[in-house]
Each structure stands twice: as structure tokens, then as C-alpha cells.
Design a protein around this ligand. Sequence first.
Ligand code: ZN
Length: 225
Amino acid sequence: MQQMRIIITAISNIFLCFSLTVIAQPSEGKRIALAFGDGPVPGVTELLLKQLDTLQIDATFFLVGQEMERFPKQTRAIINAGHQLGNHGYSHVSLANLPLSSAKAEIKKTCKLLQHHGYRERPTILPPFGNISKELGNLLAEQKFQVAQWDLEPRRHVDMSKPEAIADYIVQNAKDGSVVMLHPMHEHGAEVVTALPLISVQLKEQGFHFVRLAQIIDADSNESL
Ligand SMILES: [Zn+2]
């Protein structure tokens, strides 16, 4: 049983997002996190949540602000299902190509939307396309925001129209602390949903358990102290 404790921190920052931070306790066994970028999108969101619930998988969703505004029902469904949420910008533009003030506004607006929908944890940031300027990266670090990192991204290596290929790639390359990045809200949603049971069964056989991204990031931070 994993234990999490919530501590209240008095963090003052220009984004004025949240005052709660979740600290994860180290857990037994091999950990792996599933992270979903983009959306929410009606249809795929419901299928994905149902599949994750059936498989008892805790996951992490990086949502786009303007999509949260379009689809509040799906946004709340993800939050109510207890998954971790992250900030994937407001309009899904490359933050590295924006003036710093505009890039900050993209992050801040999406933070406020997460808060508006009742999400109380401090969001990890996933910059669209993985692009971020050094300036913004430094600023986010100063403000104690974590920027998402991952080591497994099947779409760069396999034919995403084949659920077995998605599952095989993840199962064969997974290691303790791996973070898998998937984009079912953008493309190949049905295939990713179909791949999940294949991934879950095989990884559990290998002694993995699924955790939220924060549990891997926080454990790594503790190790480096
Ligand atoms: Zn994206």
C-alpha cells in the first residue's frame, strides 16, 4: 500500500497557482508511470478512463488549457478518477517560440483552469513538443515547478496502428522508474486503449506497478538529496 502525505507549503510565486505539494513515500517493487499528453477529447477520454479503472492503473494526464475550456466534463472526469494532472500549455504552441511573458501566460492560464476545475496539486509542466527556452526553464525551476521528462515514447519507434507493437516496445524497454509518454488524445486513441491491458498484464508479471509521475519524480529528488 503506497502512502502519500500532503503537506502545506507556503510557496509564493508569480503564477499564484497552488499551495499544496504531494510528497510520495518510497515504495516496494519496480515503478512505471503512464503519461498521456494533449486533450481532453470527448470519446477517447471516457474510453481511456474506463480502461484505466478496469486495470486499476493510476496515470498522469497533461491537459491543454483551451481543450479544458471546451470540454469541462471530461476534465472533471479525469480529476474525479484520481489521476495526476499536468499543465501542457494553454494553446499547444511551442513555448520556446514565444516571448517570455506570453509563455508565462500560457502556463499561468492553464494552472488557473486546473485549479478552477478543483485540482489542488501542484502541476508538473509538459511543454508542447518538448520545447522550452532556457529562460522559461530557469523561471519554472525557480518557482518550484517540475518539468516532465520521459524515457519511453513508442510513437518514435513503432507503428502506432498496431496495439501489440506499442505494448511490446514498452514491455521490452521498461525499467524501474520509467515514464511512458503516449498521445491517445491526439492520435491512435483506440490502439492505445487496446494496448493497455497487454502492457498491464506483462509488466505486472515482471513485478512492475503503475504509479503517478510525481511518485517517480519525487523519489528521484529524494535520492539526490
Ligand atoms: Zn502535445
